[in-house]
Design a protein around this ligand. Structure first.
Ligand code: GLA
Length: 384
């Protein structure tokens, strides 16, 4: 069967009568450490073998052309008129805009792209879109960025036209991912340490709830503001400089009245999730998978009850997982308000787990959830 990479390349040749370079840009999963990349925490993402394929070539003009295979939509604009638009265009235009703002000379180019990754599923199709284009343009125009610099450029691109004030996790995993490793990323120093993903009898199974809340990005920005408010109150009233300095949520009690209910709950989650992720990194290194999974369940509780980024559908999927003796850990993953759960399942019990989850979920919500099996891959790469 023809691969998606080949299809994208052929489509490019048909549309633009030119030979492109071809790239793969991965989506990501995150084992644990949610919503703490923008709170001075630690995260444990992995790049995956599903993502976006790009075909890119210089075209000798002052105009750029994009074609999205998945939306069957095209877009073109002169390079001196880059501005915000809508939907997927904001992500690709944002990348070009960031290169231009950095004083880099981007010339006219053509680009075709398509994904084998569901969008809005918490697998960071947005970072895959930004990363593939940024990597391709960096090569095409010899811009000299390192992978890490490209990750930061892509993060700025997402803050810009799309207006999502994301942390660095997704873009970092997209660029710096390593096959069969989770990246334990310190979101203050931005140093990532690869930890071998050795799960023994267990495997990662994703269940896509197929729920995507339209307001997810504005709710995301609200959480970010609440977190910042919490930190300001902490700094004003103590010697703590960051959430990471607070080792136990009990130490937050003294700030509760000034924070108010919502901010206090968010801060409690942040402090607990940072400590959980530090512990989880040690457990993964020691291959204590059951104990690691227990932290995933706790992370879900916190995201659902304190940080409030879950929804009925995700809570239900995690509840079903928790009642299955073959599942040692499960939680919602990514920005939230829909998307996937990530589950650690005994390999011999995967088929039954999937069947049961899908059946019960359909009964409850009349939605067909989508099981996804992924492998852990390298970051964005050139294919040819
Ligand atoms: C989105 C953002 C990330 C991170 C996660 C939640 O995927 O892009 O920066 O904050 O949500 O952990």
């Amino acid at each position: 069967m023809e691969s998606l990479a080949e299809k994208i390349k052929e489509l490019f040749i048909k549309k633009f009568k030119n030979t492109p370079s071809v790239y793969f840009s991965p989506g990501r999963i995150n084992l644990i450490g949610e919503h703490i990349d923008y709170n001075d925490g630690f995260v444990m993402p992995c790049a995956i073998n599903k993502g976006m394929y790009f075909a890119i070539a210089e075209n000798g003009t002052d105009t750029i052309h994009f074609y999205s295979r998945d939306y069957d939509e095209k877009y073109e604009t002169p390079l001196n008129k880059i501005g915000a638009d809508e939907g997927w265009k904001n992500y690709v235009l944002g990348v070009v805009d960031e290169f231009q703002k950095a004083g880099k000379e981007i010339k006219g180019f053509d680009c075709v792209f398509g994904a084998n990754l569901p969008s809005g599923a918490g697998l960071s199709s947005s970072a895959a879109l930004e990363g593939g284009l940024a990597f391709g343009l960096n090569e095409t125009f010899n811009l000299g960025y390192t992978r890490k610099e490209l990750a930061f450029l892509c993060q700025r691109a997402e803050h810009g036209f799309p207006g999502v004030k994301c942390g660095i996790m997704d873009q970092y995993a997209n660029m710096m991912g390593e096959e069969n490793h989770a990246i334990y990323l310190d979101c203050m120093s931005f140093e990532g340490v690869p930890i071998p993903l050795e799960l023994g009898d267990y495997s990662i199974v994703l269940i896509n709830s197929r729920v995507h809340h339209a307001l997810a990005s504005s709710a995301y920005n609200t959480r970010r503001n609440e977190s910042e408010t919490g930190l300001q109150i902490i700094r004003k009233n103590s010697n703590y400089k960051s959430y990471r300095d607070i080792k136990s949520a009990a130490s937050l009690k003294k700030f509760e009245i000034e924070m108010g209910t919502y901010v206090f709950k968010r801060a409690t989650f942040i402090v607990e999730e940072i400590q959980r992720t530090i512990l989880a990194s040690k457990l993964l290194k020691q291959k204590k998978i059951k104990a690691f999974g227990e932290l995933m369940f706790q992370s879900h509780e916190g995201q659902s009850n304190l940080y409030k980024v879950s929804c009925a559908e995700l809570d239900f999927l995690v509840k079903i997982a928790k009642s299955n003796p073959d599942v040692v850990g499960a939680r919602m993953m990514g920005g939230g308000f829909g998307g996937c759960t990530i589950n650690l399942v005994k390999s011999s019990g995967i088929a039954a787990f999937i069947e049961n989850s899908l059946t019960e979920y359909k009964k409850e919500f009349q939605i067909s959830a989508e099981p996804l099996r992924v492998t852990v891959s390298n970051g964005t790469m050139r294919l040819g």
